[in-house]
Design a protein. Sequence first.
Length: 225
Amino acid sequence: MRAFHAPPAANARPRRRAGFTLLETVVVVGVLGLVLGSVGAFQLRADEAARSQLRRAELEARARRALERIAEELMGVAQSRLDPDPNDDVAADSIAYQRPLDVSPLGVVSWSARSRLELELEPGEDADGRDDDGDELVDERRLVLVRDEGAPSERRIVLCNGVAALGAGEWDNAIDDDGDGAEDEAGFGVRRVGDVLFVHLRLLDARAGAEPSSVELATSVVLRN
């Protein structure tokens, strides 16, 4: 006699396995790790980009403030009151001048005591191609305003630090590398073209393990006739 087996119920469902296998768990953990790692790397890059933009904005603001002060100093100066006259192939990185104080009814101008704008090495730095003071910058300068030069009232005012040894695109090779008509321009320089003084300023900002940020700005001042 053949045994009788009842057919499975129409609504019967196959049993599912409980949980994941070890292999499935490893795969899921690996995928999650890749996703989280990608998200973390993206966030780090975004944070670094934001910090870099902030540093550059701060550096540009410093350069603008310094240039505004320089333009204020040189406003109304006559060519005859510049020493040296920066009308050559090398922009002057040190220039003395006298500012107009008053004009008499007859047109006679009274001039201030002699002042000077000049670059000098920052304390602790030597012009040797090395980072002597450990701030991640090499041979950096500072721009100094010398008020009443040579007089008992002489004062030295630092307008900005972190001035680059050379302007953007320049190398110390007696060649006009950036094609602007001047050779080996320093990070600060003054040139005269006709009755206009052109001033440029390049500042650097460094952080450990990275290339320094750089900003170069320029302004111009019309000389007195």
